[in-house]
Design a protein around this ligand. Structure first.
Ligand SMILES: Cc1ncc(C[n+]2csc(CCOP(=O)(O)OP(=O)(O)O)c2C)c(N)n1
Ligand SMILES: [Mg+2]
Length: 328
């Protein structure tokens, strides 16, 4: 598949500016979460997607409202891009009753079925069969929606990936697989964990198209996802997109990052920052000015400050709801 890296024609200039803002919201959200974990004010664990904003925002931008996503343990960006409210997400992380799971689930359980977000997932590769089930529902009931399935490079070595890919392929299901290859699964480098040059090369084994894309280029992400979603909607089956990207932070809250070098980290931060790259293009295309960009950044920062305030002011869940929402 040839990837178009130009500014996409299927989205308006207004939408592009919104996406720029959305990437800042995702970044500030996760930076705040990092800060509050360090202060001991958020408990459990979390996985931050700082540096990976473009794959979430770009891919989800080309969906229709009726389309669905499945997310991962590193899912805050996917949730925000699919329309989750930062307030309710932050409240969930703070364990407050106003959160998406009434404060009882935390980071890896945020879902918003009404908005088409079938959920984050603490099980690596767990979202992949769910996405295929969702796509099968769409096909059997002729509902016309497409499911976008996010997972990591590590997840692509799970059995669930291979089983689900094969089933989606043989039945031409309306699902688009997006592997966010951030170079590591915990401390394991993809170079040591995967024998093929690109994870997208595995698409050939299932007889479906595969595409390698610069996951830090929001325009390339939009174009390749748009083409794949349209293909799925026409009934021509799944595509495997591999978005090459990088997580700026550690795997989870405790990670000394001994498996990679400072130079490598700084190269991705300084030379391949997805937000900075989008900003430069929007300025050079005359879509906004440097001042507009700074104002939008400040607005996004304020939105996250408000989310923190909302979370801090929200009550803890009452003891009476302890046994609600459980199957046992
Ligand atoms: C089935 C399963 N095995 C192992 C784990 C522990 N685990 C959590 S995240 C992770 C790494 C996943 O790597 P990748 O899919 O590349 O996603 P990334 O963390 O890089 O976003 C592992 C092994 C788990 N949660 N579930
Ligand atoms: Mg990974």
């Amino acid at each position: 598949m040839v990837i178009n890296v130009s500014v996409p024609s299927m989205v308006t200039e207004k939408k592009l500016v919104e996406l720029f803002r959305q990437m800042w919201v995702i970044r500030f959200f996760d930076e705040k979460v990092d800060e509050f974990f360090a202060k001991g004010m958020i408990h459990g664990t979390t996985h931050l997607c700082v540096g990976q904003e473009a794959s979430a925002a770009g891919a989800i931008a080309v969906l229709e409202d009726r389309d669905k996503i499945t997310s991962t343990h590193r899912g805050h960006g996917h949730c925000i891009a699919k329309g989750a409210e930062a307030n309710r997400m932050m409240a969930e992380l703070f364990g407050r009753v106003t959160g998406y799971c009434r404060g009882k689930g935390g980071s890896m359980h945020i879902a918003d079925v009404e908005k088409g977000n079938l959920g984050a997932n603490g099980i690596v590769g767990g979202g992949i069969p769910i996405a295929v089930g969702s796509a099968l529902t769409s096909q059997m009931k002729q509902l016309g929606y497409v499911t976008l399935c996010f997972f990591g490079d590590g997840a692509s070595n799970e059995g669930s990936f291979h089983e689900a890919m094969n089933m989606a392929a043989i039945w031409n299901l309306p699902v688009v697989f997006i592997c966010e290859n951030n170079q590591y699964g915990m401390s394991g480098s993809v170079k040591e964990m995967v024998k093929v040059a690109n994870i997208a090369d595995r698409a050939a084994a299932y007889g479906i198209p595969g595409a390698v894309v610069d996951g830090n280029d929001i325009f390339a992400m939009m174009n390749v996802t748009h083409e794949s979603v349209e293909r799925a909607r026409r009934g021509e089956g799944p595509t495997l997109i591999e978005a090459k990207t990088y997580r700026w932070k550690g795997h989870s809250k405790s990670d000394a990052k001994k498996y990679r070098t400072r130079e490598e980290e700084m190269d991705w931060r300084n030379n391949r920052d997805p937000i900075e790259r989008m900003k430069r293009v929007l300025i050079s295309e005359g879509i906004f000015s440097e001042q507009d960009a700074a104002r939008i950044e400040a607005e996004a920062r304020a939105e996250i400050e408000d989310a923190v305030k909302f979370a801090e002011e929200s009550p803890m869940p009452p003891i009476e709801i302890l046994e609600e929402d459980v199957y046992a």
